[in-house]
Design a protein around this ligand. Sequence first.
Ligand SMILES: [Fe+2]
Length: 58
Amino acid sequence: MLEAVLAAECQATGDYARRTQEAEEFGDKGLSVQLEDMVRDETGHAEETERILRDWPM
Ligand SMILES: [Fe+2]
């Protein structure tokens, strides 16, 4: 279950990073910054999920 969550968080991070690049290429700085914030959020979710998988007794 948590492995699937981690995979989804990593997928979202990559998808938003690609959209960030597209927004920059399009010249929409505001959208680019919003998407960068989403990359940061999803990266944090992935890191937290990795910590749970590593540290919690199962
Ligand atoms: Fe997330």
